[in-house]
Design a binder for this molecule. Structure first.
Ligand code: HEC
Length: 126
């Protein structure tokens, strides 16, 4: 009986964890859908590698595997703000998505962050 009781907190805390990460996964999944629906892939590529059909511009659409290349910040709020305001420089342009609800822009930002590779700093040196 005592051994059984010991398991209860463990099981409870495990299920709390699972719930939290399930929520996060569903936000990321929603971000993935929004990414497809809003045409981000046209420039950023189907997997966010910066290799979409319209990617021959300078600077090129960001490769989302490489957080260190973000120019306007990598926090969720900062990425969401970039999505809201778009980017325009001399020869390259990203549209504004200010018409999307804030929650959608955050979901997109979380999806984008989920694409970072752990060894991105190494591969960017190649
Ligand atoms: C017409 C092409 C195009 C489309 C469509 C587009 N982007 Fe971009 N995006 C770019 C380009 C080009 C850059 C890099 C601009 C620069 O560095 O000046 C960029 C940069 C970014 C950045 C990085 C900003 C930073 O801090 O460096 C994010 C995040 C981003 N795009 C998200 C998105 C999302 C999400 C969508 C869809 C909702 C999207 N983009 C649609 C072209 C596009």
């Amino acid at each position: 009986m005592a051994r059984f009781l010991l398991w209860i907190p463990l099981v409870l805390s495990l299920s709390a964890c699972a719930e939290e990460s399930a929520q996060q996964v569903s936000v990321i999944e929603r971000g993935r859908q929004l990414y497809g629906r809003n045409g981000c892939a046209t420039c950023h590529g189907p997997d966010g590698h910066g290799d979409g059909q319209i990617s021959q511009m300078q600077p090129p659409p960001r490769d989302f595997r490489q957080p260190e290349n973000f120019r306007y910040g990598y926090e969720v709020e900062q990425i969401a703000a970039t999505i809201r305001d778009g980017v325009s420089s001399d020869r390259s342009v990203m549209p504004k998505y200010g018409y999307l609800p804030a929650a959608d822009r955050s979901a997109l930002a979380m999806f984008i962050r989920s694409l970072a590779t752990p060894d991105s700093v190494e591969s960017s040196k190649e």
